[in-house]
Write a protein of this length. Structure first.
Lengths: 416, 251
């Protein structure tokens, strides 16, 4: 996604707004973002860049199966691991986070996804760089000037800095961790099992999705490069599938547990339910927020699943699975089973797509809190309503889990 | 292959869309020599609706063999809004699209993949106890209960039909004695509670129905059978539908 407005914004609006009110109705102030990106692009003289990559590799999805792979590096030497660590991002102001992410310059090279199993020299070097446990010294030569327009602001992937085609690449990649080395070397291990193994060895999900995206896991013939956007959701989905299946064997929680977390511009709510597995993720976008620029009122959307999960991809997108992962982690950590109602309210002012990590990490933080407990769903909802800005009724109209728990369903009487 | 082409009054199409929208956002319509039929269940599997539109209700109905068409109901409703209430609409299938012709407007919309839209099996239920009530009477009873509770208890005895809601502080009851009912069949008293929100949504969408047949037994799903639609002049064939609603859990 480009950060430039697709239409002209009259200066009269910008001078009244100055980035503060987003009068243009855009999800972010293009001038502010430009002011962050431009100096970084201008600071970059010539066509050579050297720095320490956290490591970071981005894989685009356009042109699939011929995709662009971008090693990314800031012009900074030393430990840059925080550039690629969502847990660290949680402690930053949004502008600082953006500034950090957008300072990573990307050099792009074409790769056919099926070449992952038998990579050429350059791509193998990129794979090994992505697998490195520690930051990697990188020297890149780019074919032409960076394009400011090429920064990536996307709802699924973390922001990425400007790019240009890659001419030369050199890195002194370090060794991977033992568990990463094992799955990379094991060409009989299925990708799904590799993900589970890495997760069990406490590799962070963002690291696992990076390894999946450069095609470094799976059985030999099946190894493929996976666009970053898809790899993030694939990891969230597959790991949460596994966690939720495991949780089903534990005894049920005995009360409704309510968790509420407020962040800058967002409210996160979870109600864990003493029931079989049932799940919903809902988002309510206030007027003027990222995905509701022109709407007259708050837009609420909910996707859900029953005991056996769902067959199709939820329309609401990747956050559905990021949250599901956080729920699965919580249930397993408690060694309990249950269902979950998870809602997020997004308020005007929060208007930049930053990636699903934001939801995943906030839900993880949310579940670290001590819950308020209730005997009935009605009491739990009454408590939650005190924190909501969107009327509870409008959430309830869309909530499938509430209806399922409150009412009998027809399957109790017939097979349908 | 010949073209699939149907013409129907906007009023009828609107009522069908509104009724489906009480339970789902997407629906799969089945077309065959008899006409159009559709079945849908809400995501929580609390309520189910099925509607049969005989081909005689259409002003024009050309369908070869059997066919399925899946549509987004919100989209359908937004097209209906383009028409005046006395208009008719012609729908023509064009591969994966459905073309609507309303007066001087032509609008084509993409159909949904039939495999992604779930069609439930509708159970056959013969009701031993049922009652036929005038829609406005039941509507009043539901509205009286609306701000009292989120559920309503239906009670049927050989002498009357009652619909009661109770909260800690308020109470509402609709009492229809035998003589006020169009029809009643009941040998032993039965009672069961149902979620009000589903009933209210249904009744608001049933604009042209006059009588409703309610069948139920103790703590068992409720069946509401209804007929609706504007018949073509000189033809009494109208649309029939049924609604199935799971009982409220006893607290």
């Amino acid at each position: 996604m480009e950060f430039k407005a697709k239409f002209k914004i009259p200066a009269s609006l910008c001078t009244k707004c100055r980035g503060a009110k987003l009068l243009c109705g855009l999800s972010f102030c293009p001038i502010t973002v430009k002011s962050i990106v431009t100096p970084k692009v201008n600071m970059f003289k010539g066509n050579r860049i050297s720095g320490s990559s956290p490591p970071s590799v981005f894989v685009g999805r356009y042109g699939y199966p011929k995709v662009k792979v971008y090693p990314s590096v800031p012009q900074v030497h030393g430990d840059t691991s925080s550039y690629e660590d969502p847990k660290e991002w949680m402690n930053l102001q949004l502008e600082d986070f953006l500034s950090m992410r957008l300072s990573m310059i990307r050099g792009g090279t074409d790769v056919y996804v099926q070449n992952a199993a038998d990579p050429d020299k350059l791509f193998q070097e990129l794979q090994l760089m992505a697998l490195s446990e520690k930051y990697v010294e990188v020297d890149m030569t780019l074919e032409k000037n960076l394009s400011e327009m090429s920064v990536i602001l996307d709802e699924n992937t973390p922001p990425m800095g400007p790019s240009a085609p890659l001419l030369k690449f050199q890195s002194d990649y370090s060794s991977p961790s033992l568990s990463v080395e094992k799955v990379y070397g094991d060409t009989d291990l299925k990708a799904m099992d590799a993900m589970k193994f890495l997760y069990s060895r406490n590799e962070d999900v963002s690291k696992i999705s990076k390894i999946l995206s450069v095609g470094a896991i799976g059985t030999k013939k099946m190894r493929k490069v996976v666009p970053t956007r898809w790899s993030i959701t694939a990891v969230d989905k597959n790991l949460s599938d596994d966690l939720i299946e495991k949780s089903k064997d534990y005894p049920q929680i005995d009360k409704f547990q309510v968790y509420v977390r407020r962040t800058n511009g967002n409210l996160f709510v979870a109600i864990l339910t003493p029931s079989n597995w049932i799940y919903e993720w809902g988002e309510a976008w206030g007027r003027g927020t990222t995905w509701n620029q022109w709407g007259e009122e708050t837009y609420t959307e909910i996707d859900n699943e029953g005991y056996y999960g769902r067959k199709d991809y939820p329309g609401i997108g990747g956050c559905y699975y990021s949250t599901r992962l956080a729920v699965g982690e919580k249930l397993n950590q408690m060694r309990r089973s249950g269902g979950a109602i998870t809602w997020r309210e997004i308020y005007p002012g929060f208007s930049l797509p930053v990636g699903v990590w934001y939801v995943r990490e906030n839900m993880r933080e949310l579940f670290k809190m001590k819950p308020s407990e209730f005997d009935t769903l009605d009491d739990a909802l009454k408590f939650v309503s005190k924190f909501l800005k969107v009327p509870l009724e409008s959430w309830l109209r869309r909530s499938t889990v509430v209806k399922t728990l409150k009412y009998n369903n027809l399957e109790k009487f017939f097979s349908i | 292959m010949s073209t699939t082409r149907m013409t129907i009054s906007i009023k009828n199409l609107k009522e069908i869309a509104d009724l489906l929208n009480t339970v789902v956002n997407e629906a799969k319509f089945k077309l065959d020599a008899n006409g159009l039929s559709v079945k849908a269940v809400d995501p929580a599997h609390v309520a189910m609706i099925s509607i049969d539109v005989p081909k005689e209700v259409f002003l024009d109905f050309q369908v070869d063999g059997e066919e399925e068409i899946s549509m987004d109901i919100e989209k359908l409703k937004s097209i209906i809004k383009l028409a005046n209430s006395n208009d008719t609409v012609t729908m023509i299938r064009e591969k994966e699209k459905l073309k609507f012709e309303i007066n001087n407007i032509i609008k084509s919309v993409s159909l949904l993949d039939n495999n992604t839209v779930f069609t439930p099996r509708v159970p056959q239920i013969s009701s031993e106890s049922y009652v036929v009530v005038a829609k406005p009477e039941l509507e009043k009873g539901l509205k009286a209960a609306e701000d009292v509770s989120d559920s309503i208890r239906f009670m049927l005895s050989p002498d009357d039909f009652r619909a009661r809601s109770i909260s800690d502080s308020e109470e509402s009851e609709l009492i229809l004695t035998k003589e006020l009912l169009k029809e009643i069949k009941c040998s032993n008293p039965v009672k069961s509670s149902y979620p009000l929100e589903y009933l209210l949504k249904l009744i608001k969408s049933l604009s042209s129905s006059e009588d409703l047949k309610l069948g139920f037994k103790d703590d068992y799903p409720l069946t509401i059978e209804f007929k609706f639609g504007i018949p073509r002049s000189g033809d009494a064939t109208i649309i029939s539908g049924s609604f199935l609603l799971a009982p409220r859990m006893e607290q």
